[in-house]
Design a protein around this ligand. Sequence first.
Ligand SMILES: CCCCCCCCCCCCCCC(=O)SCCNC(=O)CCNC(=O)[C@H](O)C(C)(C)COP(=O)(O)OP(=O)(O)OC[C@H]1O[C@@H](n2cnc3c(N)ncnc32)[C@H](O)[C@@H]1OP(=O)(O)O
Ligand code: UBL
Length: 265
Amino acid sequence: MELSVAQWLLVICLVAFPLLYEWSITFKYFCKMAFYNGWILTLAILAIPIFLLLFLRFMLLHIKYLYGIKIEVRGWENFNIKEPYVVVSNHQSSLDLLGMMEILPGRCVPIAKRELMYAGTAGLACWLAGVIFINRKKTDDAISVMSEAAETMLKEDVRVWVFPEGTRNHSGSLLPFKRGAFHLAVQAQVPVIPVVMSSYKDFYSKKDRKFATGKCTVRILPGVPTLGLSPDDVPDLTDRVRGLMLDAFSQMSTERPGKEPGGIH
Ligand SMILES: CCCCCCCCCCCCCCC(=O)SCCNC(=O)CCNC(=O)[C@H](O)C(C)(C)COP(=O)(O)OP(=O)(O)OC[C@H]1O[C@@H](n2cnc3c(N)ncnc32)[C@H](O)[C@@H]1OP(=O)(O)O
Ligand SMILES: CCCCCCCC/C=C\CCCCCCCC(=O)OC[C@@H](O)COP(=O)(O)O
């Protein structure tokens, strides 16, 4: 039986792909990231007609199993607050979505950069689900969107999730915090609940093109009240919350979680 050129190419690809995947850490990294983004874009098509953040959450929960990432959550009790609050969490990578979806409280809306709105089906699903978009290039616009969010939180009893570093940070520590989240909490007079995701460096590194299986701990810290605080107190509140998160992050980094078997290797 003679094979056509197309068939030969197919055979070569079928043989080369698994070999490359096993031998090259970089190839594996790009495959896994491509699948991550592609899978989210695909799932978003299903999410578009439902447009509920809670639905997005349940749709994305299985991804940690595909990637063999074990997520341990500590401090659930700190979310047992009936009133609205502002969640602030560290931001290492787009993989934060996994930790975020693991604990996303009900009626909680994330604040995201405006560019995400144009991320194809995922952007549309986020927009329909009520994600709040801010234009980081126009400070005044971003501030007025966040002030509106403070009113909405109280009027509609919603919680808001902010990444106060304002950008992804692979440095293995926390960047200085922007103050928007804390102004928001003070304006609404609601507590700030810090959430810390442990470092991914044991299993994921964009710089080294590494993406293995592993474990991440997500800690929900006790809420920090803002009742009675004024805009003048925001710098101190920001520093205090960052200090608490940095302590938790450093402590979790020394715990050095071991690798977990399973998932896409
Ligand atoms: C199946 C499909 C699934 C799809 C996926 C599911 C959904 C998941 C969605 C996940 C989304 C995750 C997205 C993550 C991101 O996009 S992170 C990037 C965007 N977020 C942020 O940037 C938030 C943090 N940034 C801030 O808080 C900033 O302060 C900001 C408000 C944006 C303004 O930034 P900037 O222009 O850089 O200015 P400064 O920070 O320097 O601030 C200038 C002065 O203004 C004061 N300030 C800030 N906010 C306020 C406010 N609300 N009210 C009054 N004043 C404010 C600030 O304190 C500065 O003054 P001083 O220097 O303190 O005097
Ligand atoms: C037809 C258009 C196709 C567009 C393809 C876009 C590919 C992206 C697909 C899916 C994205 C998955 C959603 C992940 C959400 C994670 C949010 C995130 O990590 O945003 C980064 C933002 O916090 C900070 O950005 P910068 O670090 O400042 O940069």
